[in-house]
Write a protein that binds this ligand. Structure first.
Ligand code: TNX
Length: 511
């Protein structure tokens, strides 16, 4: 007997993945007909547009290593894989995927829609397609049609690069994992007490000194402007918009340590490598504070093609309420002056959110009724809300008491708890239209490398992505957990770390 003794027979291996075994669950699926097959002769066909060609190149790069096929991109011929920008009722990110023996066609109104359709195609192919060496195939895609578009326009993931620094390559690796689940915002937490991670030319010590360490005293690091542009470019090539955050007026020890004049007493504190929060504040009464904010926001806005700039505003325990309100009243117009829309943690609703601002809610079940009511009231007044409840979607929370990484201040968050809630009905009284979507923050006090990030993100991240994309009515844990189990083979093929939650029937679906 050979090494294949425990493997599925070729006939079983060739059974295509059912069209509905995709995460996030598509809006509608109509299975039927014989499968499409990618073969040595397959072309990827595009219309003339440069952007459709870019998506086609991404798809070809994805498929070539494992299939070993040439997969030329052409603008002529028939059949094959076709990426088509078309008029139609697709919305900004929707697509239609149709699979017949003759052709596999993805149609969308925008390049982002084509890209999301490509992610669906990817999940419909055998998991071995993710490997970087030639695999035997075959490469079938079940017959039928998927029509799909998202519930929410904001489907985010946040990475805290301050508590521990992550390199450009580590961020890119996470971006690729986010793209597989149709996440479209990458929020980077660029500054905190433990480190300032973005070069600001007018205040150079922020990065060179303020970025020189991290939690635990490691060497830290920062992104040069060229590094940062590369992250933004890479994210855009995966249709993610980068949302930079400078956390203010609290969480600012790294800045205060870098420039003595930013402190009310004119004395720079030492760099900080612990994990306490709430002890630092910019000096609200000093004019230089606003010169600093103006310079930082201007330079960061210039690096940001995206619409949003996040100004933090959480846990400002060392700033009086009066000062907090004063600070936010002065800083929000600066963001607008440089052409960006304010996002803040939901404490911003305790001040006066600017017109059009978004509040990111990170409370939990036990958050006080008053605090929830403030968010609801702001939403009734027009403030949009992004939902990041800590006891559901904080990816740095331990799964169980035994989880070796992570924190537990919001409780343990197993996979089901993370998935099984409705963003549309989460905060009682919140106008439905106020919810812009969901975001999964990854704070990095305990996380030092990609393996750590992945172990905490998988398997929870796909669930958050599904809450952001799929219709409320499709949420069903019993069915979801089977689709989730089927993803494990893909993570293994990609070399992604993951937590083997006992809540999920690993090894049942398609393995
Ligand atoms: C709370 S959530 C924080 C962060 C911590 C995180 C750890 C929020 C806006 N602030 O400063 O890193 O908890 O889970």
């Amino acid at each position: 007997m050979g090494v294949c003794v425990t493997k599925a027979s070729p006939a079983q291996a060739a059974a295509p993945t059912p069209l509905d075994r995709v995460i996030p669950a598509p809006a509608s699926v109509a299975p039927g007909g014989a499968p499409y097959r990618i073969t040595r002769g397959t072309h990827i066909r595009v219309d003339g547009s440069r952007e459709a060609r870019r998506v086609a190149e991404y798809l070809a790069d994805l498929l070539r290593p494992s299939t070993g096929y040439r997969l030329p991109i052409t603008t002529y011929g028939q059949g094959g894989i076709r990426l088509r920008l078309a008029d139609g009722d697709f919305g900004a990110e929707g697509y239609r995927l149709s699979s017949t023996p003759r052709a596999l066609t993805i149609s969308a109104g925008t390049p982002a829609g084509l890209f999301h359709g490509v992610q669906t195609l990817r999940q419909l192919l055998p998991a071995a397609v993710e490997k970087d060496t030639v695999q035997p195939g075959p490469w079938p895609v079940a017959g039928g049609t998927v029509e799909d578009s998202p519930r929410y326009g904001w489907r985010g993931a946040m990475l805290d690069v301050s508590r521990h620094f992550f390199t450009v390559d580590q961020v890119k690796r996470y971006i690729d994992q986010l793209a597989l689940y149709k996440i479209n915002k990458l929020h980077l937490h660029l500054s905190d007490d433990q480190g300032w991670r973005i070069a600001i030319d007018s205040w150079p010590r922020l990065a060179t000194y303020g970025g020189s360490t991290e939690v635990g005293g490691g060497p830290g690091g920062f992104y040069t402007k060229a590094d940062y542009k590369e992250i933004v470019r890479y994210a855009a090539s995966r249709y993610l918009e980068v949302v930079p955050e400078i956390d203010m007026p609290g969480h600012t020890n790294a800045a205060l340590a870098s420039y003595a004049e930013l402190n009310c007493d004119g004395v720079a504190p030492p760099l900080y490598t612990g994990t306490e929060v709430g002890f630092s504040s910019l000096c609200v009464g000093k004019e230089i504070t606003y010169d600093f904010v103006d310079d930082v926001v201007r330079e960061l806005a210039a690096l940001t093609p995206g619409r949003y700039l996040h100004i933090g505003g959480d846990e400002a325990h060392s700033t009086s309420h009066e000062d907090y309100v004063k600070f936010m009243d002065r800083v929000q117009p600066v963001v607008a002056k440089y052409g960006k829309t304010v996002v803040g943690w939901h404490q911003l609703t305790g001040a006066t959110p600017a017109k059009g601002a978004l509040a990111q809610y990170w409370g939990l079940d036990r958050t006080s009724a008053e605090e929830k009511a403030r968010v609801v009231k702001a939403a009734q007044g027009g403030t949009g809300v992004i939902l990041s409840p800590a006891d559901r979607v904080y990816l740095d929370m331990k799964y169980t008491e035994q989880t070796p990484l992570g924190l537990s201040w919001a409780g343990y968050v197993e996979v089901r708890r993370s998935y099984d809630w409705d963003p549309g009905a989460y905060l009682p009284g919140l106008p439905a239209g106020a919810v812009r979507g969901v975001e999964a923050p990854m704070w990095s006090e305990t996380l030092e490398n990609s393996e750590h990030i992945e172990y905490m993100a998988f398997p929870r991240l796909p669930g958050v992505a599904e809450l952001g994309w799929s219709a409320a009515g499709s949420r069903d844990w019993e069915r979801y957990k089977v689709r989730l189990a089927a993803q494990a083979e893909r993570w293994d093929a990609l070399g992604v770390e993951w937590y083997r939650s006992p809540q999920v029937p690993w090894g049942v679906a398609g393995q």
